[in-house]
Structure formats: C-alpha cells, structure tokens
Write a protein that binds this ligand. Structure first.
Ligand code: FES
Length: 129
C-alpha cells in the first residue's frame, strides 16, 4: 500500500508551469500542471542531456525541454519521436485539490541518476602521496 506525501495544492503550481520537489538524495522531482489542471511528476532531468524539465514549456500532456527543445510526454516521461529516451516518472495522486507523491518512490526512485552538471565534466584525480 502506498504512503502518500502531501506536496502542495494544485493551485500552488502555475498553470502550464511546474514546481520542484527537492530530495535529500538524487535529482529533484518536477511537478507539472497543464491547462486542464492535470498534474504530472517527472525527474527534473531531460533524457537527452539532463536539462531541467521544470523550466520547460508545458503544452497538452507534454513539456518542451528548455535546452534543445525535445518534447517529453508527461504521462510516460518519454521523448517524442524522432527523439528517444525516457526520464523516470513518479506516481501522483490529487485529492481535494492537494497533490501527493508516493513517499517511498520520492525517497528511492531514480536516486542513482547523477545531477546534471554545467560545463565540461571534471575528472577527479586522487593524489597518492
Ligand atoms: S537536454 Fe533536453 S533537449 Fe537536450
């Protein structure tokens, strides 16, 4: 049985916008609201190069990534053809106007995926002295 965690009111999410839910481990979760008051939750990480989907443009049941404009379906987290790849999605429950996420999923789902980094990747080197 799922344990649901209260996140915010649907009306706290801008229409055709999103809010981020920070997690102690792993990438934040982006919670989106479309113009029909449907709510979706995806890892805030584009399947292309990790762009912040929470800053994308919401339309219908999709969000356009702000970095290279891939279209990601908010129902399944997958890129629309011809692009490929999916970002993890999260279960959402809306009850009496309150948005809930599954507490276990929030704590454990996709926490192994690295946070996107800005700029070139730096190679860490250990010094043996
Ligand atoms: S990072 Fe999202 S389209 Fe490239």
């Amino acid at each position: 049985m799922s344990e649901w965690k209260k996140i915010c009111l649907v009306t706290d999410i801008p229409v055709l916008g999103s809010r981020c839910v920070a997690r102690p481990q792993g990438v934040d979760v982006a919670v989106f609201r479309n113009d029909e008051n449907q709510v979706f939750a995806l890892l805030d990480r584009c399947p292309h190069k990790g762009g912040p989907l929470s800053q994308g443009i919401v339309f219908g049941t999709s969000v356009a990534c702000p970095l290279h404009n891939w279209t990601i379906g908010m129902e399944d987290g997958c890129a629309k053809s011809p692009d490929e790849g999916c970002t993890p999605k999260f279960a959402v429950k809306v009850e009496d106007g309150m948005v809930h996420l599954d507490a276990v999923e929030l704590a454990t789902h996709a926490i192994d995926l690295p946070r996107p980094v800005a700029g070139p990747l730096r190679k860490e080197t250990a010094s043996a002295s």
